[in-house]
Write a protein that binds this ligand. Structure first.
Ligand code: FMN
Length: 230
């Protein structure tokens, strides 16, 4: 089984990364193949809004964002982490959401996901909702949502492992439980009836009629759905 972890914070040693690496450890010790990506480290242009991907099935910009979407398409699990910026995901994460073929192309179809949002003060639950909606609308299901409130300064320490004791222990336990839950659910192919219902409504009432109306302009999308059995 393969899991892709995406860190949407520009701070590679920040709190979001620390939490994601903790989950990575929990998965790796159980033999799961994990690939960790800092969005800050990849080559990723903004979406141009040309919509050519809907027709061709591929983005016209050939950079790392496109390769990362291909990796996600082949994974069993995906973990999305973002700091809260103005009560929303970071700009980096938003760029990847725009480039990543998520909702219309159902990139997360059948995948098990964890969302991680961090914030200092207020709004990290909004960030969690944005990521959660993205997962469900894209056909995935959420095994766990981790929401962490942490002071900005503590996250600037060079070694994120050196942060204060009790918080660190608590976070470790949350992360290892989330990793275990994800592994269990991936193995059992656990169903999430409420999330599945929400997805069914969004796909069949919102997305499918819209795509059908677009005809040839969205033939790349329909072809991808056909391959996925949607
Ligand atoms: C541009 C910017 C905007 C932010 N906006 C919020 C916010 O609206 N609410 C909040 O709680 N924290 C906000 N923060 C603080 C970060 O979300 C928080 O410190 C986060 O945990 C940092 O994660 P990182 O260490 O992984 O980068 C903001 C930080 C920055 C740099």
């Amino acid at each position: 089984m393969k899991v892709i972890i995406i860190n949407g914070s520009p701070r590679r040693k920040g709190i979001t990364a620390a939490i994601l690496h903790e989950i990575e450890r929990g998965l790796s010790v159980k033999g799961i193949e994990v690939m960790f990506y800092d969005l800050d480290a990849i080559k990723m242009a903004h979406c141009l809004g040309c919509c050519s991907c809907f027709q061709s099935g591929h983005c016209c910009i050939k950079d790392d964002a496109e390769k990362l979407s291909e990796q996600i398409a082949e994974a069993d699990g995906v973990i999305l982490g973002s700091p809260t910026y103005a009560s929303n995901v970071s700009g980096l994460m938003k760029d990847f959401i725009d480039r990543g073929h998520f909702v219309i192309e159902q990139l997360l179809h059948g995948k098990y996901c964890i969302t991680v949002s961090t914030g200092e003060n207020y709004g990290n639950r909004d960030t969690s909702k944005v990521l959660g909606r993205l997962v469900v609308y894209s056909g995935g299901c959420i095994c766990d949502s981790i929401v962490v409130k942490a002071p900005f300064e503590t996250a600037t320490l060079k070694d994120p492992q050196k942060r204060n004791g009790s918080d660190k222990e608590e976070r470790k336990s949350i992360c290892s439980k989330a990793a275990e839950k994800m592994i269990r659910e991936m193995k059992q192919r656990k169903k999430h009836p409420l999330q599945n219902l929400q997805h069914f409504i969004v796909l069949n009432i919102g997305i499918k009629p819209f795509v059908k109306k677009k005809g040839i302009a969205y033939q790349g999308v329909v072809e991808k759905w056909r391959k996925m059995g949607i």
